[in-house]
Ligand binder design. Structure first.
Ligand code: SF4
Length: 333
């Protein structure tokens, strides 16, 4: 697949997250307004929360809410990988890489934290040590922390760091009891991989199916970054990464959705069955000063996920989130 060359935003963000000696720039979360911050590395997050209507709607018991609730299924995947039930894995520690090449109006991160302000250097070892410390604290409090999530910013600006974190977890025996989850937008991945140390692709290939990469498409099929997103997804699939795509969908036309179906199916026949349609939460305080948010609000009428379900039924005879997403196979053409 053709991948457009990196734009200046990608190159700038790539440089902003890099530091010497296998270190990377993380956002100091104590200098943010994000909730449940534990220390400068991590904040805690409960993926499935009924009061916020974040539910594992790919499970039969929640299926009737699939068009009303926001899909949140990382605990389901964690249970499949690690054993137990999803309720055993409903706590994540999240760190943020300190830059992003995009500036989405609905982003819940303050823009200054997407360009390395309030950042600090960390090695993978430092990060995992901080995770273990919180995990021990939660265990003492009677809770299980089993998801380490790398967010941002754009984590795949530093694919070598992702591999470093996985290796560090493996060396400490954590990969048997913890899931490494990466949140990406994929638009910078092909460039970042080509600019990373030699051997990074092979390292990712070795661990690709042992972590989870949640990919939110922020560009629509009309946007200049769309080909970069598809090229990144294609690269990720070729490396065997376990990818879980999502879109907001509000403001997307039916043609956008149909082009998305065709693009995903072209990459992997069943990939459209893994797509989550999750309109963005526009209630964050940080959004009060942002402009151009109206087009991302869900309008009255047929919801984006219902429109997506119509396409799935037409093309595949399947309904939206008919199976837990990890049970949908990834096959390259
Ligand atoms: S891609 Fe994600 S992190 Fe970057 S600006 Fe958009 S919402 Fe924020």
């Amino acid at each position: 697949m053709f991948s457009p060359p990196p734009n200046r935003a990608i190159q700038r963000a790539f440089l902003q997250v890099r530091a010497p000696s296998a270190q990377i720039m993380l956002t100091d979360l104590t200098k943010t307004h994000l909730g449940d911050v534990q220390n400068r590395y991590f904040r805690l997050f409960v993926p499935v929360k009924r009061s916020r209507l974040r539910l594992p709607t790919s499970l039969p018991e929640f299926s009737s809410l699939r068009h009303h609730a926001t899909l949140s299924d990382s605990p389901v995947l964690a249970a499949q990988r690690l054993g137990g039930y999803w309720t055993d894995h409903n706590l994540a520690a999240i760190c943020h890489l300190a830059a992003c090449n995009l500036r989405c109006p609905y982003c819940y991160v303050e823009y200054r934290h997407l360009s390395a302000h309030d950042s600090f250097r960390s090695t993978a070892s430092d990060l995992v040590t901080a995770f273990v410390k919180i995990r021990d604290q939660r265990r003492t409090a009677g809770e299980q922390l089993s998801i380490l999530r790398i967010s941002g910013g754009e984590p795949l600006l530093a694919p070598d760091f992702i591999a470093d974190v996985f290796d560090e977890m493996a060396q400490r025996g954590l990969t048997e009891t913890c899931l490494l989850k990466v949140e990406s937008k994929m638009t910078a991945f092909t460039y970042a991989l080509s600019a990373s140390p030699a051997g990074t692709a092979e390292r990712l290939r070795a661990i690709g199916d042992r972590m989870a990469v949640h990919v939110t498409a922020h560009p629509t099929p009309d946007d200049a970054d769309w080909p970069r997103l598809l090229a990144g997804l294609e690269q990720a699939l070729a490396l065997g990464l376990d990818v879980y795509p999502a879109i907001g969908g509000a403001g997307w036309s039916d043609e956008h959705l149909r082009r998305t179906y065709a693009a995903l199916a072209g990459l992997s026949a069943d990939l459209p069955l893994r797509l989550a349609v999750r309109p963005f939460n526009l209630s964050y305080d940080v959004l009060q000063t942002r402009r151009d948010l109206a087009r991302f609000a869900v309008s009255n009428g047929v919801s984006p996920s219902m429109r997506w379900e119509s396409i799935l039924k037409e093309m595949r005879g399947r309904r939206y989130l008919g199976d837990p997403r990890h049970e949908v196979p990834l096959r390259t053409p």
